[in-house]
Design a protein around this ligand. Structure first.
Ligand code: NAD
Length: 366
């Protein structure tokens, strides 16, 4: 198969869909890989790194789309790319179709087959191609939170680890899922006191079993959260209700209960956030302040660490890329039910119920 790796052209996206390690595996399996010139630069992978493992570098994005049977990328195609996607082409990337009718209509019109990273789902119901980005965001949340707790950054002026004779800072983590556990682990590593809350007792038992004793668990309810926000310096939002908007665990009136300079990092911002006052921000302008509480609500946190994010993402996408390339999408999806869940559009036909539901279209025929 011929696989194409275009350069991401979405604003501020420096990740790339394949590393030289991925090209190496594909070439070893007798596939041809075209990489657009400069595609990996933002993540620290240069054209010669790809060439050394057998890729051919193409100058333009047009050539990459025109010559490839399968496109492997990171973000959904943006308007400038719509016309480049061809009939019968496989596009394997994050799509988030339900949030863009224009994109959905464009991919239907292209008659391509779109396999979305975010809906590939394993037997346990987890989303293996989303997990690494939650791991990155959870770990990063503490790095960012620690920075904004500094006085010049408008925070309380608290050092998370404390020093001998001064108690460490306190971190409250909402949600003990992937984001929450990674955040708790980083905060604990810095020496902070960590409280993690969830409604899922299994998750709390797990945290209690594996974390050091300065990470404590509490059940997530309004009474406990109102109590905890008064004494915690940094609050991480890592709550997720599958397929729904995140619940507002912190309401506007609660900000007055927090001490001035408290920092909230609402990682769940991409699902609407778990703080009533959350609104999405960017890496250029990541924070805003309401009632003396610093809000950090960047919707694409992994974008700030493209090397780590690219490698973490491609580690999990590559086995699927290899299956698709070796077997073609039909046989690969017949054999691998997790991958089959990624099929959103097949030859221009929507096959994923949530998309038609999002736009009130006629339901997908079984
Ligand atoms: N901003 C970013 O760049 C970025 C990056 C990656 C992920 N995210 C987002 O972070 C959020 C968390 O992702 P995840 O992978 O950790 O999800 P996850 O499913 O692993 O964890 C979510 C946790 O929230 C818990 N929860 C549900 N309701 C709760 C409540 N009322 N109180 C406390 N906990 C509750 C669940 O029991 C679960 O343990 C998602 O919205 C995800 O999209 C954002």
């Amino acid at each position: 198969m011929i696989i194409g790796v275009p350069k991401e052209i979405k604003n501020n996206e420096s990740r790339v869909g394949m590393t030289p390690a991925g090209v190496f595996e594909l070439v070893k399996n007798d596939h041809t890989v075209y990489v657009q010139a400069g595609a990996g630069e933002g993540s620290g992978f240069f054209d010669q790194d790809y060439q050394q493992v057998g890729a051919t570098i193409l100058d333009s994005i047009k050539e990459v789309y025109a010559l490839s049977d399968m496109i492997v990328k990171v973000k959904e195609p943006i308007a400038e790319e719509y016309g480049l996607v061809r009939e019968g082409q496989i596009v394997f990337t994050y799509f988030h179709f339900a949030s863009s009718e224009a994109l959905t209509k464009a991919m239907i019109a292209s008659k391509s087959t779109c396999i979305a990273y975010e809906t590939v789902e394993d037997e346990e119901g987890t989303l293996p191609l989303l997990t690494p980005m939650s791991e990155v965001a959870g770990r990063m949340a503490i790095q960012q939170g620690a920075k904004y707790l500094e006085k010049p950054a408008k925070g309380r002026g608290v050092l998370l680890g404390g020093v001998p004779g001064v108690a460490p800072g306190k971190v409250l983590v909402l949600g003990a899922g992937t984001v929450g556990i990674q955040a708790a682990k980083m905060a604990a590593g810095l020496g902070a006191h960590v409280t993690i809350v969830d409604v899922n007792m299994k998750r709390l038992r797990y945290v209690n079993d594996v974390m050091p004793s300065h990470v404590v668990t509490e059940f997530s309810n309004e009474f406990n959260i109102r109590k905890l926000i008064k004494t915690h310096d940094l609050i991480i939002g890592g709550v997720l209700l599958k397929g729904a908007k995140a619940p507002n665990l912190i309401t506007r009136d609660m900000l007055n209960e927090m001490r001035p300079g408290t920092v909230i990092v609402d990682v769940a911002v991409d699902q609407g956030g778990c703080v009533e006052t959350t609104k999405a921000t960017t890496h250029e302008d990541p924070i805003y302040i309401i009632d003396d509480v610093v809000h950090y609500c960047v919707a694409n946190m992994p974008g700030a660490v493209p090397y780590t994010s690219t490698v973490a993402l491609t580690n999990v996408t590559l086995p699927y890329v290899l299956k698709l390339a070796n077997m073609g999408w039909r046989s690969a999806c017949n054999l691998d039910k997790s991958l089959a869940k990624g099929l959103n559009i097949v030859d221009g036909e929507v096959v994923y119920h949530e998309i038609t539901r999002a736009f009130d279209w006629e339901p997908v025929l079984a």
